[in-house]
Ligand binder design. Sequence first.
Ligand code: IPE
Ligand code: IPE
Ligand code: MG
Length: 258
Amino acid sequence: MDKTDITDPAAVLAAKSAVPRHVAVIMDGNGRWARSRGLPRIAGHRKGVERVREMVTACVEKGVTHLTLFAFSSENWRRPAQEVQLLKELFLTALENEIRKLHKNNVLFHVIGDIGRFGEKITARIQQAETLTRDNTALMLTIAANYGGRWDIAQACAELARRAVRGEIDPGSITEESLDPFLSMAGIPEPDLFIRTGGEQRVSNFLLWQLAYTEMYFTPVLWPDFDRAQFEQALVSFAGRQRRFGLTGEQIEAARHA
Ligand code: IPE
Ligand code: IPE
Ligand code: MG
C-alpha cells in the first residue's frame, strides 16, 4: 500500500506536494441546479456528466493520478423510483459513450460499490470497461456506485472474519493495516484532497476509512457549475495547506530545512 509513514516528519514532508495525487469528489447539487432553471432533476445529472468529462481532462493535465467520484450512494435508492431509474439509464449511457474515449486517453476505469444491485446489464458493462482499461496509466478514475463507507468497512471485516475462522489470521494480531487489502480502495493511495460541491458540509457515507487525513474542501458551487476554474481554486487551496499528520508545524518546518 502506497502510504506515508506518518511517524517520520521527513516522509510527511516528502508527501506534501503542491498537486494532490488523489482527489475524491462528492458531486452534489445537480437537482438544485436543474430546479433553479425550471428543469427536471435529471437535466442536472446530465449536465453533471459533462463536468465529469472536464474534470478527467483537467486531472490528467494537472498531474493528478487518481480521481474518485461519488456517483450514487447506498442511500440514494431512497429517492423516487423514477429518479433512480433515470440515473441508472444515464449511468449505462455514460458507460457506453465514454469508455472508448477514456481508453484512448489512457484512463483506467474502476468502479467501487455493491454493483450487483444495478442489474446484469450494467454489471457486465462495468466489467467490460474495467477489463478494457486495466493497463492504462494516465489516470485512475474510480466511480463509487451503490457505495457506502460503512458497507465498505463492514465487508472488509467480514472477509477478515472468514479468514480468521479458517485459521489463516490470528484475531489477536489484527491491526489497521490488516483491513487495507479488503477495502474497496486497496492499494490506492488515500485521497489527498476531498471536494464537495453543492454547499453541504458533510461526508454522506463516502470513503469513511480513507478520508482520515484528507484535506477537505467545501464549495457552494453546484456540481453542474463546477468548471475547470472552480477546480483550480480547489487546487490552490490545497497547495496552501500544511499537512501535519499529528505532528507540530515546527517539526514539519525542521524536516524541510534538514
Ligand atoms: C448529486 O446531486 C447527484 C446524486 C446524488 C446522484 P443531487 O441529486 O443530490 O442534487 P441536489 O442535492 O438534490 O441538488
Ligand atoms: C451524496 O449526495 C451522494 C452523491 C453525490 C452520489 P446526496 O445528495 O445523496 O447527499 P445527502 O443525502 O444530501 O447527504
Ligand atoms: Mg444532493
